[in-house]
Design a protein around this ligand. Structure first.
Ligand SMILES: Cc1ncc(C[n+]2csc(CCOP(=O)(O)OP(=O)(O)O)c2C)c(N)n1
Length: 159
């Protein structure tokens, strides 16, 4: 974690163990979702990066189901060249709701479980939404040229 980093946390059930791992990290800010409605993590990361004038690295800890509500924010991040690193916690489930069934002692059947399953079809995060993500190419080994930033080549439109 770089000093002055900002964590935009919509990690939902998966990310509860992150706090203790950052105990000795350099000073940083940690933004949580408000609770209630899911889907605010990626827009939160986008807004944080804009608010920091693009000068601070934003790390978005992002549960996959919640990400599906607002993943167009990735496109905005690419368009605005924002310094956001997105970590998708891809458990392919609405895991926290499975936990809620357990909390009330319910025994969900296959129909209920299929409603909480995100694997059919599988969300291929590396091939689809990540096509919008902009990457910093490695500088050529033979020079000290400053690293340049570029967006991915536009995809060919199908007729
Ligand atoms: C707008 C909105 N729709 C639906 C819900 C109900 N809901 C609460 S948690 C959740 C699933 C979250 O799944 P995911 O983001 O994948 O995190 P995980 O539980 O797997 O850690 C849903 C659908 C909600 N809170 N807000």
């Amino acid at each position: 974690m770089p000093e002055g980093g900002i964590v935009a946390d919509e990690s939902v059930s998966f990310g509860r163990g992150f706090y203790k791992e950052t105990h000795a990290a350099p000073p940083h800010d940690w933004l949580h979702i408000t609770g209630g409605a899911i889907g605010c993590g990626m827009p939160l990361a986008t807004g944080a990066a804009i608010g920091a004038g693009g000068q601070r690295r934003v790390i978005n800890l992002q549960a996959d189901g919640s990400a599906m509500y607002t993943l167009q924010a990735l496109w905005t991040q690419a368009r605005e060249r924002l310094p956001v690193t997105t970590i998708i916690l891809s458990n392919r489930k609405y895991q926290i709701l499975i936990g809620e069934y357990q909390n009330v002692g319910a025994n969900p059947g296959p129909t209920a479980m299929s409603m909480l399953d995100l694997s059919n079809p599988d969300i291929d995060w590396l091939r689809r939404p990540a096509a919008w993500v902009w990457r910093r190419p490695a500088p050529p080994r033979w020079s000290n040229a400053p690293t340049c930033w570029r967006s991915p080549a536009p995809s060919r439109r199908r007729s």
